[in-house]
Ligand binder design. Structure first.
Ligand code: FAD
Length: 411
């Protein structure tokens, strides 16, 4: 015996991408129902960097003010040598940056972003949310989809958006491609009170987003929650993974990987949260991720390595572009989804491949590292040419005007 529930737009996955998509559609007056596998809507992990391309989307969604309330605005993005402790290069994120991109670069706690999206969804009369709903099967229908959950509930919808992350069930049914690609790198991450970092890890004042790069490793550090907490992400290549061992990325490997780093990095590693680790996966770019009334969004569509801090930013862009496309097509889902995927795939594909490349640049050792650092030291700190294509999106004249909510529509 199953319960059948009918919904116009159904979103599988209530993470950053799924909630942003629901909110974006609701801003155009569409009714959306969100299914989240976890018992509660929330984010694990710690900090999140959000570039101006994300701020622009949050502004469109009407939540930028809430998201930035407790955020931190770093002065610079800095690349340091994790072995020598010397600065390699930096990007100023002050006045000139804000003028160029219309927004500052900011860092925040993941939970703060998700809470702002969640609160806005709750406040919308067009969005309904259900947790403890794990999508286990998807069947495409001529004008929609049928979605089954682990608890036996079945949903029929006019449009399905798979925002269910790296191991998306919707993607599996839609595309059925190979497993995500394991990079052989693993991340440890968490926040530590800034006062503890200063007292116990020898951290000086931290006003920047800093990446310490070394052979096969890096450490990211930046303040969150108005500077009260220090967010850290330590990433390294696992020899055990390379040797094909089933258990890899352990604490012992973390210690060994960072054994030769400079005192500043060693201090950070000593303080990093070891309770959980995240093996790093991505996928190669996918050309088509829409089939009629079913589409994908965020990590489900284009999972990427986090090295250029764009996964969540791209999910936010997806959400706004998708909703705008539905609106522009007068609620005709199939052409709207198809236009959305055609617009997004080239950009997200470029971000995915750039993230992999940037990982290579960070993790190179020996002569390669010396050449990288020598070249990067020559660039000016207000040279924005390499970041324009990411941060200036959608660029002048592109879609992005505030949409007027319309009467409630169904696809
Ligand atoms: P997810 O966050 O994976 O959300 C998917 C949601 O779907 C989850 O809530 C999950 O519980 C739910 N779900 C999964 N399966 C099902 C199912 N079968 N049924 C129902 N619900 C389901 N990005 C940035 O922009 N800036 C950064 O600084 C940054 N730093 C990062 C650091 C690290 C270490 C990592 C790993 C990633 C980082 N990212 C960053 C990337 C970013 O976290 C992701 O790209 C982003 O969270 C993707 O959002 P999403 O909603 O698409 O997927």
């Amino acid at each position: 015996m199953t319960d059948l529930v009918k919904a116009p737009f159904l979103v599988a996955g209530g993470g950053i991408g799924g909630l942003a998509a629901a909110l974006a559609l609701s801003r155009h007056g569409y009714r959306v129902h969100v299914l989240e596998r976890a018992e509660a809507f929330g984010e694990i992990g710690a900090g999140l960097q959000l570039a101006p391309n994300a701020s622009r989307m949050l502004e469109r969604l009407g939540v930028l003010e809430q998201v930035t309330a407790d955020a931190f605005f770093p002065r610079r993005l800095v690349l340091m040598d994790a072995l020598s402790g010397e600065q390699i290069t930096a990007l100023e994120t002050g006045e000139a940056f804000a003028q160029r991109y219309g927004h500052r670069y900011f860092v925040t706690h993941r939970a703060d972003l998700l809470q702002a999206l969640f609160d806005a969804c709750k406040a919308s009369e067009h969005v309904t949310l259900e947790s403890s709903k794990e999508v286990v099967d998807v069947e495409k229908l001529p004008r929609g989809a049928r979605v089954s959950c682990a608890d036996g509930t079945v949903y029929e919808c006019g449009a399905l958006i798979g925002a269910d992350g790296l191991r998306s069930v919707v993607r599996e049914r839609l595309v059925g491609d190979a497993e995500p690609v394991c990079s052989g790198y693993v991340a440890y991450r968490g926040t530590v009170p800034m006062a503890d970092m200063q007292a116990k890890a020898g951290l000086d004042r931290l006003d920047d987003m800093v990446i310490w790069a070394g052979p096969g490793l890096h450490l990211v550090q930046y303040p969150v929650r108005r500077g009260e907490l220090c967010n850290q992400v330590a990433v390294f290549r696992s020899p055990a993974h390379a040797a094909g061992l089933p258990v890899w990325g352990t604490e012992e490997e973390l210690e060994a990987a960072f054994a030769d780093v400079c005192p500043e990095v060693a201090g950070g590693i000593a303080m990093i949260d070891r309770s959980r680790r995240w093996p790093m996966f991505d996928r190669p770019p996918l050309e088509g991720w829409t089939d009629n009334h079913v589409t994908l969004l965020g990590d489900a569509a284009h999972p990427m390595l986090q090295y250029i801090a764009q996964g969540a930013c791209q999910a936010l862009e997806d959400a706004v572009v998708l909703a705008d496309s539905v609106h522009a097509h007068g609620g005709e889902v199939a052409p709207a989804f198809s236009a959305y995927a055609a617009q997004r795939a080239p950009r997200t594909g470029r971000v995915q491949t750039t993230a992999r490349l940037f990982g290579d640049v960070l993790h190179i050792g020996g002569v390669g590292a010396s050449m990288r650092s020598a070249l990067l030291r020559q660039r000016a700190h207000d040279d924005f040419r390499d970041t324009d294509w990411i941060y200036a999106y959608p660029g002048p004249g592109a879609p992005g005007e505030e949409a007027q909510p319309a009467a409630c529509r169904t696809p």
